[in-house]
Write a protein that binds this ligand. Sequence first.
Ligand code: NAD
Ligand code: UDP
Length: 339
Amino acid sequence: MVTGGAGFLGSHLCERLLAGGDDVLCVDNFFTGTKDNIIHLLDDPHFELMRHDVTFPLYVEVDEIYNLACPASPIHYQFDPVQTTKTSVHGAINMLGLAKRVRAKIFQASTSEVYGDPDIHPQKEDYWGHVNPIGSRSCYDEGKRCAETLFFDYNRQHKLRIKVARIFNTYGPRMHPNDGRVVSNFIVQALQNQPITIYGDGMQTRSFGYVDDIVEAFIRLMDTDDSITGPINLGNPIEMTVQNLAETVIRLTSSQSKVIFHPLPADDPKQRQPDISLARSTLNWEPTTLLEEGLKATIAYFDKHLASHNITHVDSSRFASISPLLADGTTAQVYPACP
Ligand code: NAD
Ligand code: UDP
């Protein structure tokens, strides 16, 4: 089972699991995910799709759970922050409860955001983080931290087999065209010859992992023996500034775009780079996709996607009204708050 299976990472994971001979149940409430991401899988008899919100209990029979359900881009997770925390926390409780009942192995898509704005660099798994508990990113960061706590308590208390991955910035085809993340923003802006919006002075750093490499690591982690629980960093340790990313995207798209500067959003981490020694030694894994290679594949995807959906203008500024445009050109549903 893949929760969040109709999203960016989830849809690639579903594909990879099917290609490896697994039966896949994709569970999603389509908050940020879309059927377009998995439409090519719907005719496969080994693939099932279920519309469900993980903040409610789920009774199915499965042997492995990949828990990816959660909006991941700041625009999306700040849209309904209470629902974001519920998705991480109630979602974890429900999926862990399910795993306990059917004795399934369970993987958690945690995040580098558990390190907050880190004062240790690069980040290793034993660093406890520097996180604001009451800021605009906290619904996501603290929700994910609490989910990790639940995973480790279910492991200690109920002997559940857990696999916790701390995923660093990942990019690739099927990112949302206006989810506000830096790679999709810059590519969409460059393809449309719109200004490239750098927040702050562009000297903040990130390390970008390509989706195929990261999904490969998910599967390797799930297949480790039961003593391996994580948390384990998954990402690409090659760090770059946001300014440098903007220049690379402009070059690769031969764009006429100019760079413009906006204020830095609150609590925006200044630097982020995974130490992946643990993933290297435990999973015998490291990313193999060069940034330019991954960016070219992502640019090709957006080029085709924007043309086929006849999207001529995407307001991908984080300061635009928060009304996510879905891949099919419609506006995302406002997920109703639970009573
Ligand atoms: P995404 O927004 O594309 O996918 C999330 C999916 O979860 C969507 O299909 C969405 O509809 C679904 N979802 C959200 N709330 C749900 C709910 N309550 N019930 C059921 N489904 C729900 O994001 P993504 O980039 O694919 O991220 C997937 C996971 O990986 C998330 O948990 C995210 O926190 C984690 N992660 C991603 C990154 C990254 O760079 N992409 C980095 C760190 C962690
Ligand atoms: N960013 C930017 N311009 C954009 C979108 C993002 O300069 O149009 C910056 C953002 O402020 C952050 C970095 O790029 O410093 C990565 O942002 P993203 O939202 O992709 O991920 P996160 O902040 O969660 O790492």
